[in-house]
Every structure is written in C-alpha cells, then in structure tokens.
Design a protein around this ligand. Structure first.
Ligand SMILES: Cc1cc2nc3c(=O)[nH]c(=O)nc-3n(C[C@H](O)[C@H](O)[C@H](O)COP(=O)(O)OP(=O)(O)OC[C@H]3O[C@@H](n4cnc5c(N)ncnc54)[C@H](O)[C@@H]3O)c2cc1C
Length: 548
C-alpha cells in the first residue's frame, strides 16, 4: 500500500496526561519565544480520554505549573474536600488506622475523572494549535539507517482478519518528526519493540505492574457516605490478605457518585486468583457494601499501572526520542499517583524538544538533557525516597511493614537498597489449582459479570480485523500452561478475552474474544510463558471511557 508521509517538529505518541501536558507546554513555550513549532499527538482511542482510567486523586502540582488558572478555565474537578481514612479489612470487619501515613494524605488534591480531564486537556491543546489525531494507533517506531528514531507508522485500517484489504482500506501514515515523545502509558507496545532494538531497559530492574478494576457507581442520595467523616477511603487486607500486594480505594465524586476500585499487584503467586472476582469480594465487604447499597454501576473499566518505581525507569532518551510518564515508570507507587509526575515529565520533554529544535540536534547526547531535567526536578525528589516501596510491599505478611518502616526513617534506603524487583511473569506457582476459586453472586445492577462490565466500559472493536493478540505457540496453551497452571489467562484477564472451551474426551481448546479487550495489557505482563504479545488493534477500537 502507498503510504502518505506527514512531517512535524515533535510527535507525541499517546494522549494521556503526560503527552497532553507536554504538547500544551511546548506550544506555550514556543509562543512565548515567538517560534512556530508543528506538534502532533496520536491516540489509539476514538476520542481523547476514551482509554484514560485512573483513581483518580490529582495532585495539582504539575497542573498548577502548566495552567495556573486551571480552576477558572473549567478543569473538571469532582471533589475538592478530601479527608482520608485508612482501613485494614478483615473478612467481616474493619479497623481504622489511627494514623494516616503522610504519603496517603490528600489535602490540597482533587478527585477527577481522568477521562474527562484528558478530554479537557485535549481541547486546550487543540486551542493552542496542536494537531490531535484520535483513532490512530502507532504500530511501528520508524528508524533511519543509523538506528535513530524518526517517527511512527500508524496502523492500517480496513484490513480483514486474514490481513487482506477490504473495500474501505486505508493505509497507515508515516508520521515523521525531529523528536518523538513516547507516552504510551504502562507496557507500551512500541516501547517493548524499542527495548528490543535499542536496549533501553538493559541494566535496569524489570518493570512491574498492578492491575486495577474500577467502577463509577451512582449511589442513593441518602447513602451513609454523605455524612461520613471521610471522602477518600484507602483499604488493605481483605480480600487479598497480606501476602498479595494491593488494596482498595473509594473516592466521593459529585452528583451522588463514587469511584471504587481494587488494585492487585501482578506479582501474585496463586494461579487461581482472579482479580475480577476479588474486586467483587471487595465490593461485598460491609465497609464498601454499606456505601454502595442501592446503587448502580455507571461505568466499569480496567487498566494496569506501572508500579516498579525509580529503579525500573528505562533509559529516558535515545537518538530522536524520549520516554515519559507511566511508560517510563514514573508513577509514585507509595502515593498511588502518577498523573502529576506524568504531566511534569511531559513538560520536561517539551522543554528538551524545544532546545533540540533550536540546536538542530536531536541526538541522544542532546536529548539526554531530558533525563538530567527529570533528575533535577521534583519528580526525582518524589520518586527517589519511594524507590524501594513497591518492592517492600511485595514481601509477604508483616515483614513488609518492617521494611517500609526502615525506609521511612532512612529516606527510602531501608534495609536493602536497591531491593530486587521480580518480573511479574515469573511468580505463579504451579500446582496450586485444586481449590475452586470463590465465585461471587451477581445482580446485574451493582454486582456485574465480566461481560456486563465490558459492555459498561463501552468497548467496541471492528470485528473483521487481524487478531491483535499474538500467541506464537497455541499448543503450549492447552498443554504446559493448562497442565501446570490451569490457563491463568482465563482468570487474570478482566475482559473475558481468553476462554478454554471443553472438548469431549480431549484437552480444552483456546478461544479468543479480542473484541472484549480493555487494553489493560495484563495478559502480556502476567503470561508465565511470554506467549502473549499485545499489539494495537485498528485505531479507534477499545474502551470508550467518559466518566471513570
Ligand atoms: C486504577 C488506577 C488508579 C489510579 N489512581 C491514581 C490516582 O488516584 N492519582 C494519580 O495521580 N494517578 C493514579 N493512577 C495512575 C495514573 O492514571 C497514571 O500514572 C497516568 O495516567 C499516567 O499517564 P501517562 O500519560 O503516562 O499514560 P496513560 O494515562 O496510560 O496514557 C497513555 C495513552 O497513550 C495511548 N496509547 C498507548 N499506546 C499507544 C499507541 N501505540 N498509539 C497511540 N496511542 C497509544 C493510550 O490509549 C492512552 O490514552 C491510577 C491508575 C490506575 C490504573
């Protein structure tokens, strides 16, 4: 197919908070300096914000630097009166911690809907003249003969499941740029390829992740939560226990709605664990059930977050490109916050890109100043003291609290620095599948099955397209993986993409439902045999989040 080429000064891949802030800042700076800069952002969702899902308590530090008048200019804030309560849950009760650790304090922060927030940032970027292309997935990083990144190819559209062009076929476009900023969020598919070709993860600890299932629920006007002393609840303990990393959150939103989610560390060991069922268990705990009783789920979704922290950050610059936000492990897992650090990294990338354009030099040597800017900024001041936190949380039982205590009194150093990080794909323990996992009762309104959840995420894909989940060895799925782990993909995927169909007198058959995919990428991260590769489906497919 003939491909069109479009040239820009700076190309941002992914319209999350990192790149939206970056593009806005770039245009602002260029305007202040009286310079013309051609900026483009591509986003695989059909609309900006469509794939954005987060808690989300926003620390407004970066936003205040980007747009000091954000309140007056209509930033969509859901709740600004944040009062935190931290609870340890037992199966039937709860103990409120008398002390809220400083990193969980949210005074001065705001509850937002990340999808609404990104849509708002997207509109601001367009007003400044950024070329914003939702519905376009970057499927290949383009490099020249010398291996320098020179842009990104977007995916072909209108190709059938056998790879043949349909009547509406549209070839992807080669978007060329002097500087490309990759902000694909957790487990970027282009970043994976750049890791292979340019070695950006070499010498680093492996990136690790947590998967979260989240809902926005409309609760009755008279819910006891309206008179609760807390507007933000953090929980740990039940249903995950102390041996599995993770916890729950519940945030008050406007118009009698709450944001409810459970985060599960993907270094769990039990192949029968099903994050979705665990989320339902969490919803049925009395502390949560009392708040949401009589309510109705408005939207559901799932996404991963990059939880490894400082020591898992890749090399931040190569010839022609830099890496920002969750893609580059910049989330502060201690605070479960990455929007503000992602935004700040995008802004620092913008400053670096402008300097590169002025110097006519986008070499790794010049772009390395982006890494220096990150190091000199409050991103490092925040991430460095939390550098071993996620790794301590991964420890079993109460030993994690001893390690965290030691970190708190030693500026993050703790008893071992750096603490080792274990690849999530390696932690499942074979043979632990005799016990049937608990299945929660459903009511179709407040307690939903996976498929209703997928429906409420607005997920849709063009059905007749090549499968975007690449499974090189299907035989392995029904032999080794089934025999030793009972196909954990059927449980860790929150969208019921993977099913094992029984076959009379034989081994089960793998059935894929790629149209259900929520783009969380848990499958690629947790697959114990590295036998699933997540690639971008046709641009515009996937969830359509609007309030989560
Ligand atoms: C359940 C949950 C709760 C959280 N709670 C909080 C919280 O309370 N506070 C907080 O600050 N942070 C929170 N976070 C983390 C926060 O959401 C992230 O740190 C932040 O969104 C990272 O921003 P980003 O721009 O780097 O990536 P993302 O927000 O992931 O954005 C990346 C964008 O790139 C697009 N994209 C990816 N690949 C491609 C491609 N190849 N081509 C085109 N487009 C592509 C994606 O569709 C997406 O829109 C939470 C995260 C989760 C999942």
């Amino acid at each position: 197919m003939e491909r069109e080429q479009l040239e820009f000064d700076v190309l941002f891949v992914g319209a999350g908070p990192a790149n939206l802030a970056g593009a806005i800042h770039l245009k602002q700076l260029a305007r202040q300096q009286g310079r013309e800069v051609e900026v483009c952002i591509i986003e695989k969702a059909a609309a900006v914000g469509g794939h954005s899902l987060s808690g989300a308590v926003l620390d407004p530090r970066a936003l205040g630097e980007l747009m000091p008048d954000f309140r007056e200019t209509g930033c969509p804030i859901e709740e600004s009166d944040l009062r935190d309560g931290v609870f340890y849950l037992t199966p039937t009760g709860q103990i409120r911690l008398p002390y809220t650790p400083p990193y969980l304090h949210n005074e001065g922060c705001f509850v937002i809907s990340l999808s609404k927030f990104c849509a708002w940032l997207g509109a601001a970027a367009e007003e400044l003249g950024v070329n914003l292309f939702p519905g376009f997935a970057g499927v290949e990083a383009l490099t020249d003969e010398a291996g320098r990144v020179i842009g990104v190819r977007t995916g072909d559209k209108g190709v059938n499941r056998d790879g043949k062009p349909k009547s509406n076929a549209e070839p992807g476009v080669d978007l060329l740029a002097k500087v490309t900023v990759f902000g694909e969020g957790p487990k970027g598919s282009l970043l994976r390829e750049l890791g292979r070709t340019l070695g950006i993860f070499e010498g680093r600890q492996p990136q690790v992740f947590e998967t979260a299932i989240k809902e926005v629920i409309e609760i009755p006007a008279g819910s006891p939560f309206a008179s609760s002393p807390y507007t933000v609840l953090h929980t740990f303990g039940y249903p995950l226990g102390l041996d599995t990393k993770g916890g729950g959150f519940l945030y008050r939103m406007r118009d009698n709605r709450v944001s409810l989610g459970l985060v599960v560390g993907l270094d769990y060991e039990d192949p029968m664990l099903e994050p979705y069922q665990t989320f339902l268990q969490f919803k049925k705990h009395p502390l949560i059930a009392d708040v949401i009783r009589g309510g109705k789920v408005l939207q559901q979704g799932a996404k991963t977050l990059a939880a490894g922290g400082y020591y898992t950050m890749p090399r931040l610059a190569v010839d022609g490109a830099v890496f920002v936000g969750d893609s580059a492990s910049m989330l502060n897992v201690q605070r479960l916050k990455g929007i503000h650090t992602a935004m700040k990294s995008g802004m620092l990338a913008a400053e670096t890109a402008l300097a590169a354009l002025a110097a006519g030099d986008a070499s790794a040597r010049l772009l390395q100043s982006y890494a220096d800017r990150v190091d000199a900024s409050w991103i490092k001041t925040e991430l460095h003291p939390a550098r071993n936190f996620g790794q301590a949380l991964s420890r079993k039982g109460i030993s994690k609290f001893i390690l965290i205590g030691a970190q708190m009194v030693s500026g993050g150093r703790g008893l071992v620095d750096p603490m080792p990080t274990v690849d999530d794909a390696t932690t499942l323990k074979p043979g632990r599948f005799e016990e049937a996992p608990p299945v929660q009762a459903l009511d179709g309104q407040l307690y939903l099955d996976k498929l209703t959840g997928v429906y409420l995420s607005g997920t849709a894909h063009e059905e007749d397209q090549p499968c975007h989940l690449l499974i090189p060895d299907r035989e392995l799925c029904v032999t080794r993986c089934w025999d030793t782990l009972r196909s954990p993909c059927t449980r860790f995927c929150p969208g019921q993409v993977y099913e094992m169909e029984p076959v009379d007198g034989g081994r089960p058959r793998l059935k894929l439902n790629p149209s259900n995919c929520l783009h969380c990428k848990t499958c690629e991260i947790k697959d114990p045999f590295h036998n699933i590769l997540w690639t971008c489906p046709e641009g515009g497919g996937g969830p359509n989040y609007t309030v989560v």
